[in-house]
Design a protein around this ligand. Structure first.
Ligand code: P53
Length: 479
């Protein structure tokens, strides 16, 4: 008989959201405008989030889903009560920068914004839920983009530091786990959404992206330093959009291509977790004529303030080919991938690969030897609720179950160190990639559609009861 294994004691089960994808209330209580507010649903979205098309304010004829989202700003008590009912040990959420500093360059924070999150954190603690806070989840105040050019400008370091200092001071004792930048590697793939970058005609985009990345990496190290100074209990993590690349064939050039693709992502974590720029990146910059402005002080900061843990999102593995003739790409993801014939895809073309999660966990563990945290995983799918809002989402349960088993194998068969697991969009929210409401990840259904119609009523899906059981048994009931 196989022994039924529980997860390690204190394992942090929970769910994850991001401010701009759920809060709404985009202009209430002094909140300023951010890049994530002005990205509409529809065919222009991709050009906008990648910085190829400029949209700096709301324009006629577009629908902007983040304006109201699922209005969690007014529903957070009800929503947190539902998370508590599932037994969440942790809830990952992000701070909207523009609630705290509406323009980003003020000297005094907005008290209404600070009070909002203080209440929210207290609500979590009422149920014994540990907040896990992403300081920036793709958001950047529009004023900082228009006046300074977003993260391409070194002055962003000061604005971000001020934000962090304000948060660490105000929420000391309420928040222990912090993430500096959500999916920091997204800067290479969706630079407007990831870092408030837009490009001018003819400029070297790679140069701009890597310079902005340097600023974020130093900002992250500074945040880590301050977090530890303000409260030695603080634990700070980096956050990667992960998913190992496989070679398309056993041809060595395909293996090489996969390694190079992985390095584009690990580049960031190499700096955040090991404290220095990897040689392969320095050589690449040299070859491509990219010159990054950095000071000796920057390098010291990076070296001396590495993260406490490595967190990541995992939805799918990816495939790379070194053969320029092979171009059969998957749909619907900012990460280019060749189709993998051995995997099924979601309705949005994301390839489902639970073993890929075990592979990714091992790759990250082997590379960094730091505790890990899976802070996003899940299946974006169309749900069809009955008249009571109930969804029999067996497909979602199957996806999550397979990934949780893979995680258990990584812990018990391979010995990786994993702190916790928060599923993405534990309550239905707006999709970052497409702006749709229909691409749902939640255990909780929210009555709202792609055009913004609906009562916003929350209801429990079948997966709600299933996840509750998983947490109650600390994973032991997953056969
Ligand atoms: P959506 C692409 C690839 C991997 C992660 O994505 C990504 C994206 C962006 O589309 O983003 C993360 O909503 C991100 C979340 C996002 C989630 O994945 O496009 O941290 O904000 O919602 C899922 O289905």
């Amino acid at each position: 008989m196989t022994k039924i294994l529980q997860f390690p004691e204190g394992f942090l089960w929970g769910g994850a959201t991001a401010a701009n994808q759920c809060e709404g209330a985009y202009n209430l209580d002094g909140r300023g405008l951010a890049n994530v507010d002005v990205v509409p649903i529809g065919p222009d979205r991709e050009a906008i989030i990648t910085g190829q098309k400029k949209m700096f304010s709301f324009e006629e004829g577009y629908f902007y889903p983040a304006k109201e989202a699922i209005d969690m700003y007014h529903h957070y008590k009800e929503d947190i009560a539902l998370f508590a009912e599932m037994g969440f040990k942790t809830y990952r959420l992000s701070i909207a920068w523009t609630r705290i500093f509406p323009k980003g360059d003020e000297t005094v924070p907005n008290e209404a914004g600070l009070a909002f999150y203080e209440d929210l954190f207290k609500e979590c603690h009422k149920y014994g839920i540990q907040p896990l806070v992403t300081i920036t989840h793709f958001d950047c105040p529009m004023n900082l983009i228009e006046e300074y050019g977003g993260w391409r400008n070194r002055q962003m370091l000061d604005f971000y530091e001020k934000l962090c200092r304000t948060l660490f001071t105000r929420y000391k004792g309420l928040v222990k786990y912090w993430l500096t930048f959500n999916e920091i590697n997204m800067i290479l793939h969706a630079p407007f959404m990831g870092a408030g970058l837009c490009f001018e005609e003819g400029e070297n985009q790679e140069q701009v992206k890597y310079q902005a990345a340097h600023h974020e990496l130093v900002a992250s190290a500074t945040a880590t330093k301050i977090a530890h100074e303000i409260d030695p209990e603080n634990k700070v993590g980096c956050m990667l959009a992960a998913g190992q690349y496989y070679p398309n064939t056993a041809h060595p050039r395909d293996y090489w291509a996969a390694m190079e693709e992985d390095r584009k992502s690990y580049f960031f974590i190499d700096v955040q977790a090991r404290g220095e720029y990897p040689n392969y990146a320095k050589k690449q910059w040299e070859r491509e004529g990219i010159e990054i402005q950095m000071t000796a002080e920057d390098l010291d900061l990076l070296k001396n303030n590495t993260v406490d843990f490595v967190s990541f999102s995992y939805y799918a593995s990816r495939v790379a080919s070194g053969d320029p003739e092979v171009r059969d790409l998957t749909a619907g993801n900012v990460f280019a991938s060749i189709k993998n014939p051995y995997l099924e895809s979601s309705e949005w073309g994301w390839q489902i690969d639970p073993l890929g999660l075990r592979i990714t966990l091992n790759a990250i563990w082997d590379r960094y030897q730091k505790p890990m945290f899976i802070v996003e995983n899940g299946l974006g799918a169309m749900d069809t609720p009955d008249e009571n809002g109930y969804v029999a989402d067996d497909y979602r349960i199957a996806y999550l179950k397979a990934h949780i088993k893979a995680m258990r194998d990584a812990i018990y068969q391979d010995g990786v160190d994993l702190l916790g697991y928060t599923t993405w969009g534990c309550i239905d929210l707006v999709s970052a990639g497409t702006g749709e409401m229909n691409k749902r990840y939640g255990f909780i259904y929210v009555d709202r559609d792609n055009a913004g119609h609906g009562s916003l009523k929350r209801s429990k899906k079948k997966s709600f009861y299933w996840y509750k059981d998983v947490i109650a048994s600390n994973g032991a009931n997953i056969e």
